[in-house]
Design a protein around this ligand. Structure first.
Ligand SMILES: [Zn+2]
Length: 141
C-alpha cells in the first residue's frame, strides 16, 4: 500500500515502504510526517503536470487526454455555454513593461480558477515557463 506510518518505541514516527520493505523515514514528528507526504504528493503532481504540459505544448493533447482532449474552439464553446467569466481576446494580454517580467499566470486552486496574476520581477529574471519560475506577483485583470 505504498508507505505505512509506524510508531516507534520512543513515540516518534517512522515510514516503512511496502515496495522495498525498508524504512524511508525515521525519528519523525507528526508534523514532519505530514510534510514528508505533502512534499511527495507535490512533487508527483509537478511531474504529472510537466508530462501533460509536454504533450499539450507539442500540439499532441490526445496523448494526455485521449478522446476527451478539446480543441481551442470546443473549449471556448464550452466556456461560453457554461457562463465562464474568462474570455480570450487576441492581443489583449498586457505587454510587459520595460522593467518588469510581465509573465501572466492564471492561478488555479483546488481545480478552479482563482486569480489572474502578473510576475513583477525584473525583466529577464528567468527564461522559465512555469509559474514556479516566476514571482513575486501582482493581481492582473
Ligand atoms: Zn517572471
Amino acid at each position: 500500500m505504498g508507505h505505512q506510518i509506524i510508531k516507534q518505541p520512543d513515540g516518534r514516527l517512522a515510514v516503512l515502504s511496502s515496495f522495498t520493505d525498508t524504512f524511508v523515514l525515521m525519528d519523525a514528528t507528526p508534523d514532519e510526517i505530514v510534510q514528508w507526504f505533502a512534499d511527495r504528493a507535490a512533487e508527483a503532481e509537478r511531474d504529472r503536470t510537466r508530462t501533460v504540459l509536454g504533450h499539450v505544448l507539442a500540439d499532441n493533447p490526445r496523448a494526455a487526454y485521449y478522446q476527451f482532449a478539446h480543441t481551442w474552439d470546443e473549449a471556448c464553446q464550452l466556456n461560453q455555454d457554461h457562463g465562464g467569466d474568462l474570455t480570450y481576446t487576441e492581443g489583449k494580454q498586457d505587454p510587459p513593461t520595460q522593467e518588469r517580467c510581465g509573465f501572466i499566470h492564471n492561478r488555479w486552486v483546488d481545480g478552479i480558477y482563482r486569480e489572474r496574476r502578473r510576475c513583477i520581477a525584473k525583466a529577464g529574471h528567468t527564461t522559465g515557463q512555469f509559474a514556479s519560475d516566476h514571482g513575486p506577483w501582482e493581481s492582473a485583470r
